[in-house]
Design a protein around this ligand. Structure first.
Ligand code: HEC
Length: 136
């Protein structure tokens, strides 16, 4: 339960500042994290994408794999959400693409393949516009 709570939590990544950022979600911890929480934990300052980019640059692939596993669990929350706009099934299909790329990061990290990690991160960077245009 505690681990589940931490997976999507900016708190896990940021420390004290994050406590405030995730407080709203933490008090409703048995609900899925909201899309907004997933976005902030993924792409915010000190979020998964930034941390993984940094760890990969330092060739710290154990850390990338660890962060990657938490990112997968975090992104899975998207599948439990309805988008504010657009078709729910289409949103879930777009979320699956994102989820698969986070899974690829874990697989690449386990092989110590920095190039594949970078390629997956780039792939994720290419998903924002399409999903936001249709669902944000
Ligand atoms: C699968 C769909 C999807 C993908 C992929 C996606 N987003 Fe989002 N994002 C959303 C939706 C939907 C919202 C609006 C959430 C809301 O308002 O409830 C959002 C909101 C956001 C927010 C605002 C969060 C907040 O509430 O403060 C940021 C920042 C953001 N996205 C960044 C990104 C970046 C950067 C990428 C790509 C690297 C990305 N998103 C990829 C669906 C997506």
């Amino acid at each position: 339960m505690f681990r589940k709570l931490m997976q999507c939590s900016v708190f896990a990544l940021l420390g004290v500042v994050g406590v405030l950022a995730t407080y709203g979600w933490a008090i409703s911890a048995n609900k899925a994290a909201s899309i907004s929480d997933v976005m902030k934990a993924s792409f915010g300052k000190g979020g998964f994408k930034a941390k993984i980019t940094e760890a990969s640059k330092n060739k710290n692939y154990d850390e990338v794999a660890k962060l990657g596993r938490d990112w997968v669990a975090c992104v899975e929350n998207l599948l439990k959400n309805k988008p504010p706009r657009g078709d729910e099934k289409e949103f879930h299909a777009r979320a699956e693409k994102f989820l698969n790329l986070t899974r690829e990061i874990v697989a690449a990290a386990e092989k110590g393949d920095g190039k594949a990690i970078a390629a997956s991160l780039k792939g994720i960077g290419g998903l924002c516009g399409d999903c936001h245009k249709n669902h944000k």
